[in-house]
Structures are given as structure tokens and as C-alpha cells.
Design a protein around this ligand. Structure first.
Ligand code: NAD
Length: 494
């Protein structure tokens, strides 16, 4: 069985003993490997390597960093198929979906290739007689990234590309559920020519995370995962003096107004609700059907569900793969089973023809869902779409705004005025107008509101550059530019 270890200072590191966690092929329900779970001492080894590397890396020229990023971009492009296959093997998502993840990951590197431009500071000449001020951006030092299972290539690259472009060393703690992609990334980063130690990977669970959050040499932490862990990471990390961005879970609503193209809305609900088996933070989990839209929309969604082909991610006929673990699949199924006792109507129950021992579940559709039901209140993170019926646009927006999560929300309508109102009035970080998964491209930043983001910094794009740098403001005067004098007052500038 494969042993999946760490990547420290430019080498694969496996230990002979210590805790491990099983890694599965979710499509077949078989264990394929075991991942080593780092102790605090192993985390310290990785951070030490990163500290050593960060000194020279921080002072390397931005043009050198950009040229290495261009090489990394080419290597990632050449290895799209390997990366996608690695994701599918351990995550289970279908190959074409994994390829989409790699494409979006590449975008992040392409954005970071412009780092000489992105790190341009600002300059004010002659703010007082003979005095100039300029602002420069310095790297933070060593930064850590803690990532979820559902995007094992894209989410690490949301962080890694900008972090190292800005001159930091980056220590990644990937999900223990699908850890192999992180090692393939590490090899490609090394082949691109980045110095050893600039990118380190430490495999592990909560113990490794807590070691990173409390390590004196880690200056910043980026986290993406569920809300309870995001809150923990934010609280412990900031209590230890680090800057922290912690992106949490979601419950994304899609409002459908009666004037919408209901066929397009039903297609979108199917794609965004069941794509990646609903294991996306931008998945639609609640359809908010307004007024007369409800009956035809529920029927249109239900009629499309039998066409969703469920099967192993490496079978080109499959449209939706398995869930990540058996326990998670059973937990998701328990929501569907419990829905009638809460008053929801099960339109499609998620049962599938037997697919061996894989962690499969079919698409489920629940109608007449309401706040206060577990299926509404909890992030289910599986192929379960709930329909909430409301009577007006105002009720739809009030529902979304009262929800504790605020990642994304979409509206489907032909009414430009309603769409503009929605954009302004909805309290979430990412809005889609006739677009069900409004995940921003890499040159905009990604982040939710409320319990979907702790800290004030969205991830990647321009906000990523800001998060991974510290500004320094320099005020300068040269002795021969202006006469000097003693003045004990606060500088008035004249
Ligand atoms: P998770 O919170 O269980 O795990 C995320 C990371 O935290 C992993 O690396 C894991 O090892 C670590 N971890 C888990 N429990 C921990 C603990 N008690 N203490 C410290 N560290 C711990 O999330 P997941 O199941 O891997 O991923 C799914 C979740 O991630 C969903 O809630 C989804 O919405 C969210 N997500 C959010 C975004 C976003 O951009 N907001 C993107 C992707 C996924």
C-alpha cells in the first residue's frame, strides 16, 4: 500500500513510525494508501526549512520570481492530465471536473506571473519641501496554508502562487483525505527551479494544524475548510499574533423569479447542485422558488435527474462521482431520510443502482424546505438540493440575508432592475446573475461574508497580494535638498 509522506526542503520525507490515516479510492471503496500525520516536531522541521529558504527568497528579484512562475505555469499545463487523474483517484470527482479544477488553478499562477507589476509600490514626491514618501511591499516571511479535500490542486494554488510570488516561503498542510496531489505539486515547483524550502508540504490533521497556528516563525495563515474549523483557526492563529484569512463553509441560495428562463434555471440547478456530488463550497444547495416559478421549476429539475449518470470518476460516461468517504456519504443520506419527519417533501430520494462498494449517492431533491429544518440549517455538502418556496423577491432576499453563511448567491431572472437590486441588497461575498457558480476568476478575489470568512482578507487575486505582503512607508530627505533646523513640533509639512 502506498505511503504518502511530507515534502521538506526539496525532498520527499517519510517516517518509519508515527500516526497515519487511510486514503481511499472512493469510487471503489478501497483503501489505496496511508498518509503520515505529522507531529509538532515534524511541523517544526518544515517551518525551519521554510525559514532558511525565506531569507534569500525574500530578496530575490521580482523578475526572477516571475520567470520561475512562468516555468511553473508551463509544467502545470504539461501535467494537466496527471494532476486531474491524481485528484480523481483520491477525491472521486469525474475527470472532466478535475480538469476544470486544474484550469482554474493555472489561472492563479498566470495572475502571479505579473508579480513585478503587482508589487509596484507608490511614491509621493515633495510632500514637504525636500521630502519624498514611498511605500514598498515586503513579504511576510513564512506563511502556512491549510486546505480542504474538495479542491486538492486549486485551493493550494489559490494560496501558493501569490505567496511565493510575493517572496514568502509557503508551508502547505493539505487535507489528509486526498494528499497525493500536494506532492505532485511540490515536484513541479522544484522542477520549475524554485529553491528548496520555498515550498514545503506537511501532511497531517488537527495536531499539525495547531502546531502551525502556534509556531512562532509562521507569520500568516490561509485556511479554507468548514466553518467550525475556520473559526478555530482564526481564533488560535490571531491569538498567536498571526494574520489569518479563514474561509469557511457555505449554504448557497439560487433565487428563481417567475420571469426567468425556467429551463436554463433547471439546468443551472442540476449543474451547480450535483456537480462534484455537491462537494463544492460554491455548490447551490437551496433553490429559492418565487411565486409561480415553484411548481414548473421543481418538475423541470426532477425530470433532469434521471439523466445524471453516476459512476466512477475515471469512467468517461460518468457525470457525477462518489462522495469522499463512506461516513460522509452516510451522513448526507441521513439528511434525506430525516427530511419527511421535518416536514419537507422528498421528490427524488438519492437512491442509486448498486455501484459496488464505492461511496456513491444519487441526486436528491427536497421540496417545501424551510429554515429551522436540519436540511436547511446545516451545510450538507452532498448531492442534495432543497427548494424553499417564497412569495416575493423581498422574501427571497430576506431569507438569504438571515442565513448565517454568506459565500455566494445567484438570481435567475430576465428583469435587469431586479438583478441590480439583488446585487446591491444581498449580503454575500459573491453574486451570480443567471450564473449559478459565481466563483471569481483569479484576477478578482474570492471570499464570502458572515460565517463563510473569518478575517478581512478574501483569497487570491489582488487581495491575496495584499495578504501576503507587509507595507513599509519610507519618508526621506537628503541633506543637500533643503536647509535643516531644530523643530520639536510634529511635522507640519510645508
Ligand atoms: P475541514 O474543515 O474538515 O478540513 C479542512 C482542513 O482543516 C483540513 O486540512 C483538515 O485536516 C483540517 N482540520 C480538520 N479538522 C480540524 C480541527 N479540528 N482542527 C484543526 N484542523 C482541522 O473541511 P473539509 O471537509 O476538508 O472541506 C469541506 C469544507 O470546506 C466545506 O465546509 C466547504 O464549504 C469548505 N470549503 C470552503 C471554501 C471557501 O472558499 N469558502 C472552499 C472549499 C471548501
Amino acid at each position: 500500500m502506498k505511503t504518502i509522506g511530507h515534502w521538506i526542503d526539496g525532498r520527499a520525507v517519510t517516517r518509519k513510525s508515527g500516526r497515519t490515516s487511510p486514503v481511499y479510492d472512493p469510487a471503489r471503496g478501497r483503501q489505496t494508501g496511508e498518509v503520515q500525520l505529522a507531529s509538532a516536531a515534524e511541523v517544526s522541521d518544515a517551518v525551519r526549512a521554510a525559514v532558511r529558504a525565506s531569507t534569500d527568497w525574500a530578496t530575490s528579484s521580482s523578475s526572477r520570481r516571475a520567470s520561475l512562475l512562468f516555468r511553473l505555469r508551463e509544467l502545470l499545463d504539461a501535467h494537466r492530465a496527471d494532476l486531474a487523474a491524481t485528484v480523481t483517484r483520491e477525491h472521486g470527482k469525474v475527470l472532466f471536473d478535475a480538469e476544470g479544477e486544474i484550469a482554474r488553478a493555472l489561472e492563479c499562477v498566470e495572475f502571479a506571473c505579473g508579480i513585478p507589476h503587482l508589487l509596484k509600490g507608490s511614491h509621493s514626491a515633495e510632500v514637504s519641501t525636500g521630502v519624498d514618501v514611498h511605500t514598498v511591499l515586503h513579504p511576510v516571511g513564512v506563511v502556512a496554508g491549510i486546505t480542504p479535500f474538495n479542491f486538492p490542486v486549486m485551493v493550494p494554488l489559490w494560496m501558493l502562487a501569490n505567496a511565493i510570488a510575493c517572496g514568502n516561503a509557503f508551508v502547505l498542510k493539505p487535507s489528509e483525505k486526498d494528499p497525493s496531489a500536494s506532492l505532485l505539486l511540490a515536484e513541479l515547483v522544484q522542477r520549475a527551479g524554485f529553491p528548496d524550502g520555498v515550498f514545503d508540504v506537511i501532511q497531517g490533521d488537527a495536531e499539525a494544524v495547531d502546531a502551525l497556528l502556534t509556531h512562532a516563525d509562521v507569520g500568516a495563515v490561509s485556511f479554507v475548510g468548514s466553518t467550525p474549523v475556520a473559526r478555530h483557526v482564526y481564533e488560535i492563529g490571531t491569538a498567536h499574533g498571526k494574520r489569518v484569512q479563514a474561509l469557511g463553509g457555505a449554504k448557497n441560495h439560487m433565487v428563481v423569479l417567475p420571469d426567468a428562463d425556467l429551463d436554463a434555471a433547471a439546468d443551472a440547478a442540476i449543474s451547480a447542485g450535483y456537480g462534484s456530488a455537491g462537494e463544492r463550497c460554491m455548490a447551490i444547495s437551496i433553490v429559492v422558488a418565487v411565486g409561480a416559478a415553484a411548481d414548473p421549476l421543481v418538475e423541470a429539475i426532477a425530470s433532469r435527474i434521471p439523466d445524471v449518470v453516476i459512476g466512477p470518476g475515471d469512467d468517461s460516461a460518468s457525470m457525477m462521482g462518489p462522495l469522499i468517504t463512506r461516513e460522509h456519504r452516510d451522513r448526507v443520506r441521513s439528511y434525506i431520510e430525516g427530511a419527511p419527519s421535518e416536514g419537507a417533501r422528498v421528490v427524488v430520494d438519492g437512491s442509486t443502482d448498486a455501484l459496488g462498494d464505492g461511496f456513491f449517492l444519487g441526486c436528491a431533491l427536497l421540496d417545501r424546505v424551510k429554515p429551522g429544518m436540519r436540511v436547511y440549517d446545516d451545510e450538507i455538502f452532498g448531492p442534495v438540493l432543497g427548494v424553499v418556496r417564497v412569495s416575493s423577491y423581498e422574501e427571497a432576499v430576506a431569507l438569504i440575508n438571515a442565513n448565517p453563511y454568506g459565500n455566494g448567491a445567484a438570481i435567475f431572472t430576465r428583469d435587469g432592475r431586479a438583478a441590480r437590486r439583488f446585487e446591491r441588497e444581498v449580503r454575500v461575498g459573491m453574486v451570480g446573475i443567471n450564473v449559478p457558480i459565481p466563483a471569481p476568476v483569479a484576477w478578482h478575489s474570492f471570499g464570502g461574508w458572515k460565517a463563510s470568512l473569518f478575517g478581512d482578507a478574501p483569497i487570491h487575486g489582488p487581495e491575496g497580494v495584499r495578504f501576503y505582503t507587509r507595507q513599509k512607508v519610507v519618508t526621506s530627505r537628503w541633506p543637500d535638498a533643503a536647509p535643516s533646523e531644530v523643530d520639536l513640533g510634529f511635522p507640519k509639512n510645508r
